[in-house]
Design a protein around this ligand. Structure first.
Ligand SMILES: *Cc1c(COP(=O)(O)O)cnc(C)c1O
Length: 390
């Protein structure tokens, strides 16, 4: 099977003696050994085999194998949530005195990790404000262990040049380059071939894509994944077999869903750009996006998130959201259902006003996670809410 998609669908947990076609759910906390000798050999790492579902389970293993096939990764690990994956992708490698370089525009809880929790253990960070690779290099110190970023960013949809960052990695081979690839998904963007060491995801978003379960996954270089494995084996943020089973089935349709998310998002972004009540529309595949060329180079399509600003600040933004009929207000994203969010008062409310402005979040900024409903219905709901609140 030459094509990724065929492998993703066909690569599945070993068929049991029952000869099932679709993979069953392995709800078992532990696995038996055929003999005392086998138990000894597995624990001594002389023989491969499952032991306990905190370490590995057929459902989580299948999910991981599929994400590895999508990203072109050597190895991977599944986690109870996206934040568990992000946390372990730092914590497995750092110690007191180490330093992290990160893009400023990162997921809210990742920001809390860097600014509130890690300083307790003597770990410092530097935020890079721009996409200019010289600024990234300047931020690297002798004690820098990890360079981390999200691209596209949330909710400003700024991009970082993955090829240039890969070249920087080559210059600093001992620094781990890690990306939260959640917004793009492995279908739209593959950072590892550029030289990145790790690609981390909240599987809760597009991988599930239906707003049902939490999950996280990290894939990349095998030696790094092994170190993360040691960490989760002894700290416990493992993915449940049920969630892995759900997520693994979802990956079979990720490409189809993303194609539709992207087509709907682009059509909506083009409509919003023409609308008089809208001040600013951000979407990576709009020619007006300042990094349009870069987006076309490193992403297959623009993704499912569109960010725009309504005229009239927070008061208008609130009235706009309350006037939506079909679209609901929730802080999740990457769902079949279109979702509207007001970042300044929710996901990014813990930031200071000046920090929000650095991320392009103004009082009138709205983030839309564009779903899989009929394109005309999505656009109609948004346009009627804009007209009603003029
Ligand atoms: C949601 C999200 C996370 C956290 O994932 P959870 O599954 O909610 O723990 C991390 N990074 C990004 C970019 C996200 O959107």
């Amino acid at each position: 099977m030459k094509e990724d998609q065929s492998r993703i669908i066909r690569e599945q947990a070993t068929r049991s003696a029952t000869r099932e076609h679709s993979v069953p759910l392995y709800l078992t906390s532990s696995f038996i050994f055929d003999s005392a000798e086998q138990g000894r050999a597995i624990f001594a790492d002389e023989e491969e085999g499952m032991v306990y579902s905190r370490y590995a389970n057929p459902n989580t293993a299948e999910f991981i194998d599929r994400v590895c096939a999508m990203e072109g990764a050597e190895a991977g690990l599944a986690f109870s949530s996206g934040m568990a994956a992000v946390f372990v992708s730092f914590a497995a490698f750092i110690q007191h005195g180490d330093h992290i370089v990160s893009s400023r525009a990162i997921f809210g809880s990742t920001h809390q990790l860097l600014t509130q929790l890690f300083p307790r253990w003597g770990i410092t960070h530097t935020y890079v404000e721009t996409a200019d690779i010289a600024d990234w290099e300047k931020a690297i110190q002798p004690n820098t262990k990890i360079v981390f970023l999200e691209s596209p960013s949330n909710p400003g949809l700024e991009l970082y040049d993955l090829e240039k960052l890969g070249q920087l990695k080559a210059k600093y081979p001992d620094v781990i380059f890690s990306i939260d690839n959640c917004f793009a998904t492995p279908y739209l963007q593959k950072p590892l071939p550029y030289g990145f060491d790790l690609s981390v995801h909240s599987a809760t978003k597009y991988m599930d894509g239906q707003g049902r379960v939490l999950g996280g996954v990290a894939v990349g270089k095998k030696d790094l994944i092994d170190k993360m494995m040691f960490f989760i084996r002894h700290t416990g943020p493992a993915m449940s077999p049920f969630n892995a089973w759900v997520l693994s089935r979802s990956l079979e349709t990720l490409n189809l869903r993303m194609d539709r998310h992207c087509a709907n998002a682009l059509a909506l972004a083009e409509t919003l750009e023409q609308h008089a009540e809208v001040l600013d529309v951000k979407y990576p595949f709009l020619p007006s996006h300042p990094q349009y060329e870069l987006a076309k180079k490193q992403m297959k399509a623009g993704g499912g998130i569109v960010t725009f600003e309504v005229e009239g600040g927070q008061e208008r933004a609130f009235r706009f959201i309350d006037s939506l009929k079909m679209i609901k207000y929730t802080s999740n994203l990457g769902d079949t259902r279109t979702i509207a969010t007001h970042p300044a008062s929710t996901t990014h409310s813990k930031l200071r006003e000046d920090e929000r402005l650095l991320l392009g979040i103004r009082p009138g900024t709205i983030r839309l996670s564009v779903g899989l409903e009929d394109q005309n219905d999505i656009i109609e709901d948004i346009v009627q809410a804009l007209e009603l609140t003029k």
